[in-house]
Design a protein around this ligand. Sequence first.
Ligand code: NAD
Ligand code: MG
Length: 390
Amino acid sequence: MRKISIFGATGSIGQNTIDLIDRQPSAYNVVALTGAANIEKLAKDARRLNADVAVTAYENRLEDLRAALSGSGVEAAAGQAALTEAAMRPADWVMSAIVGAAGLQPGLEALKQGATLALANKETLVCAGALVLETAKRHNARLLPVDSEHSAVFQALVGEDIETVERIIITASGGAFRDWPQRDLANATVEQASSHPNWDMGQRITIDSASMFNKALEMIETKEFFGTSPDQIEVLIHPESIVHSLVGFKDGAVMAHMGAPDMRHAIGYALHWPERQELPVERLNLAELGQLTFQEPDEDRYPALRLARNVMERGGLSGTVFNAAKERALDLFIARQVGFLQMAEIVESVLIKFETSNGLLDAELNLDNVLQADHLARKWASEAAIQKAG
Ligand code: NAD
Ligand code: MG
């Protein structure tokens, strides 16, 4: 039996992972499941899957979790230290599906104990790419992509020499507002930004898809994961979300990965890698689809993409700062304290402030410096929002 843990088990990726595990319960021994506010769901899955431990990120929910697990034999734990401790428990395969930079430390701990880390949490690579890769290497641990674009690229590269890659083209659906006139975007509401035309995902990544911050994070994730130079990374709007990404080789060939928009494909690929196994996803009927369309993204409309290019060129701690400022700007948008377009303005102003503060972006990329830069970027993003309101 394979020992597995799922961080962010109550979320969209976590539940899709559990759906696959549920179909072959005898193949897995569940070590840890983690969540945050949704205690009931966490406890229900932990009982059914007979996990060793269930952890809520919220310290003040420990008693609720204990009560929900009473008599089950599943251990209850809460808080940051408990998440880290759960990640240190031996496992063969760990799903990293917490949302935000909060996923970084559990992921690092999982790599340190040599587990294979299935990475849905793109923020891990955006905010500490080199540190994460180096940790994996040092502990002989494997990192597998779960983001659909990166899984697609990873699959297109099987058997290929990375030196023959000319470009990587990641596709984007265009999110909730792809057909909106630019002038309406300033007044876009949280509800409008929270519905995605093709994918069913958590609220934060859905809003990030509407603003293209999700694609911006994915450009940086591509650079970190595949070691590609920024000018080899392209973004293509593809409203149907059937082609998940493409790799162009130096002989002009382009390999595209296609499939129905269902995250269980990328999760299942990472779960069964290096094998392919039967998965319960819809099969494509291209004749029925009739056509697939593609468009170049407009970087004026989507400033997040331009900022991502700056971050990739800049390196250092700029990814940490970009992600943290974006997370804070998104909190403020969800709290209705800033407008939709102000999110990118806030992120840009925080990046500029770091760039002009001597040496801040050039500190060594270690966990302490990442956490400090993350903290400061969130603070400065809040201050930038207040200035905008005032
Ligand atoms: P979600 O909001 O549905 O779930 C997030 C999970 O993280 C939940 O289990 C929640 O309890 C937990 N969590 C939230 N805040 C936390 C904190 N501070 N500390 C610890 N745990 C916390 O999100 P999701 O859509 O499943 O996305 C998870 C990750 O996967 C994100 O990084 C996202 O970008 C990435 N991703 C998601 C999809 C998708 O289809 N949903 C696709 C590609 C990549
Ligand atoms: Mg993606």
